[in-house]
Design a protein around this ligand. Structure first.
Ligand code: PEP
Ligand code: MG
Length: 538
């Protein structure tokens, strides 16, 4: 048995085979530089895919009948669709490889179909994705991206948020990385996914551990490879007691989050993409307190279109079935980097061109987002908030822009709902002038991850500084108390969507400060509700 330790980023015990993730395994081949050659590769792969689908249709017809066989025939037709082929050819001419062009065109056609109103067309979105993925797989010599055949524990040097969003989430039982800080977005994603994870381990990334039985103890920060039988027995027992604890929390499902003194606190969930909304619903969240829009931009090669964004937001609103959804506009920059934004490398990216600073200077990026958010608001209660605010003029400019988008959509005859406008309070500047800002907006949501980083001047990404990153620092708590007081003085609500919102040792203090909403990872909702229900605070 080999064993080691790391810093827990999320608790729980996971047991399963180890999968070693190498950076390059998740990348599609780049173009050879000659568009004609890439086009030829695509044409050949497309032909092979059509032949495979034809043979599959025949076999299916014999075994399962006509109706099932038609699925393959529809996919065959999709691969000869002229719009799809033109899109691929355009991308190849613009420098993409055959595989990149097939994947990207497949994704955007699939998203366009998913956004259609007609249920039949909507359902074809999966077929388009399947068909284009078949071509991509052929182009990659049978191997596409990182694949996990069965659920397992992902072991990596480090994972960027954009790599994490592309991983097969349904198969990952735990993350173990050599690098990474517990405040990074990858750690946050692990929490959203509700899976144990360890960062800053000394694990050796050689392929000899690939496939070996592994245990991650996210409570204590231990991992074991090839565990002996005693360790296995102990860990199975620990896993069982964790599941008994979760089972006991079930009595809070469907209950109101209300203190013994009758004080209601909304317990919402943080999500990264539309799929997570289902996790939020099964976690019994009362709404979404933070949808990080930037995850819709990660792990792809071009900007999402208004239609794609609309489809994503609408799907979250529909999944939440009448519960409020607070959408944050994109917060690209710092650790969330996307090549196609073409951002210059910066000395201090956390203090750089990020969040609202991008949106306010790039209307081409801001406009489709805001239109998509307003359009989605026709399907259920939506609030929108803006990250990295420091000044009143930013908020006024945003409000003007939103008013313009509203009238534009109304003039086009497109239905929109009432959309609350709020800001994230995550810079000390915003906290200090929160009395003035409160008069401008409908709500505040405190981003304690960045508020801690900027108040203490400690890079949240720097693993070496994890011990200095003290979110309980009196300066952070004093700013938070001030923000809640100023919000209420102006008659607006305030919440917390940073990771500190889930810190049960502070729940009562947050209630005393006056916070109306706490937004946490979906897996933490029930235990936070329990804490609120057991509190005497008024
Ligand atoms: C925060 O800063 O607390 C926050 C919620 O935003 P993010 O973690 O995405 O920066
Ligand atoms: Mg932030």
């Amino acid at each position: 048995m080999k064993q080691g330790t790391g810093r827990p980023a999320y608790s729980g015990v996971a047991i399963g085979p180890a999968y070693v993730y190498h950076k390059e395994s998740n990348q599609l081949p780049a173009s050879c530089g000659d568009p004609a050659v890439e086009q030829q590769k695509f044409d050949q792969a497309c032909q092979t895919a059509c032949d495979q689908l034809g043979a599959l249709a025949e076999k299916t017809r014999q075994e399962l009948g006509d109706e099932q066989a038609q699925i393959m025939e529809v996919q065959q037709m999709m691969l000869s669709d002229l719009d799809f082929l033109d899109s691929v050819a355009d991308m190849i001419r613009a420098g993409a490889s055959a595989a990149q062009a097939a994947q990207e065109s497949g994704d955007s056609f699939s998203a366009a179909f998913a956004a259609m109103d007609d249920e039949y067309m909507k359902a074809r979105s999966v077929d388009i994705k399947d068909a284009s993925q078949r071509v991509v797989t052929i182009l990659c010599g049978g191997k596409t991206g990182f694949s996990m055949q069965e659920p397992g524990i992902l072991v990596a040097d480090d994972l960027t948020p954009s790599e994490t969003v592309q991983l097969p989430k349904d198969k990952i039982l735990a993350f173990v990385t050599r690098q990474g800080s517990s405040n990074s977005h990858t750690a946050i994603l692990a929490r959203i996914m509700n899976i144990p994870s360890l960062v800053q381990t000394q694990i050796t990334l050689d392929d000899s551990i690939d496939g070996k039985m592994m245990i991650v103890d996210g409570f204590e920060g231990h991992y074991y490879i090839d565990p002996d039988s005693e360790t296995m027995t102990n860990m199975l027992a620990k896993q069982k007691s964790a599941s008994a604890y979760r089972q006991a929390l079930e009595q809070f499902r469907g209950k109101e989050s209300i203190t013994k003194a009758d004080r209601k606190v909304n317990v919402y969930a943080n999500i990264g993409n539309p799929e997570d909304a289902k996790i939020a619903m099964s976690g019994d969240a009362e709404g979404i307190g933070l949808m990080r829009s930037e995850f819709l931009y990660l792990g792809r090669e071009t900007f999402p279109t208004e239609e794609e964004l609309f489809a994503a937001y609408k799907s979250v609103v529909e999944t939440m079935d009448g519960r409020r959804v607070v959408i944050r506009t994109l917060d690209i920059g710092a650790d969330k980097q996307v090549d196609y934004f073409g951002l210059e490398k910066e000395e201090n990216p956390a203090l750089g061109y990020r969040g609202i600073r991008i949106c306010l200077t790039r209307e081409d990026i801001f406009r489709p987002q805001m239109r998509a958010i307003y359009r989605a608001s026709a399907f259920g209660p939506v609030s929108v908030m803006f990250p990295m605010i420091t000044s009143v003029w930013e908020v006024r400019k945003i409000k003007e822009f939103c008013a313009q988008i509203r009238s534009e959509l109304t003039a086009e005859g497109i239905a929109i709902g009432e959309v609350e406008l709020g800001i994230m309070v995550e810079t000390p500047a915003a906290a200090v002038i929160s009395d003035v800002l409160a008069k401008e907006v409908d709500f505040f949501s405190v981003g304690t991850n960045d508020l801690t980083q900027y108040t203490l001047a400690i890079d949240r990404q720097n693993a070496k500084l994890d011990d200095f990153y003290d979110a309980h620092h009196p300066a952070v708590l004093a700013l938070m108390a001030m923000v809640a007081k100023n919000a209420h003085a102006a008659g607006i609500w305030c919440g917390i969507c940073g990771e500190l919102g889930a810190d049960l040792s502070l729940t009562e203090e947050f209630i005393r400060m006056g916070y109306d909403e706490l937004s946490v990872s979906p897996g933490r909702v029930l235990e936070l509700r329990k804490k609120i229900c057991e509190s005497e605070e008024s």
